[in-house]
Design a protein. Sequence first.
Length: 202
Amino acid sequence: MSEDTIFKTEDGSEPFRFNETVARVFPDMLRRSIPGYEASLEAIGSLAARYVRAGSNCYDLGCSLGAASLAMRQGIRAGDCHIVAVDNAPAMVERCRGIVREECQRAPEGPPVDVVEGDILDIEISNASMVVLNYTLQFLPPVDRDAMIGRIAAEAGVKQLVLSHRMRRTLGREAESERYIRRHYAGPLAFAEDGQCFSLVK
């Protein structure tokens, strides 16, 4: 794993970009900057094993190097599934395709993974039983985040939408968030508070 020294060697005058320099050290960057990142991947694999339906599609939106895609792939127990991994950074997509290719050669029995270069706002979600945006929503313009959540929920046919682990700046904006979500999704919606429990209906 290449060591992330970007902010030791750059003066910060340029905006952060998911370019080749970042792609090369991205695993180390995640390991250092996101406590519990590995645990989130384990959770994705466990959820895939439990909830992905046979003959359905799974989406990794903002896939970077494909870690969540491969966690889904390793966890999926249902047959005839297809994973679509999407990112808009060419350097990330190129490296992701190489990583996915190696994994599919190592374990060819898993579902296929299609790595797509594109804007996640333009991706059609169809026949989905799992959609992952692992640390992705923060990179969307605020006006697009709630609408994206609503569109995914509607197109994936979710039975209940629970928004949890919300950032402090979203508190008190529930009515505004719901307005954007309701443009796409009409089903049950809950804004979770810490300590609340919700049943997961398979």
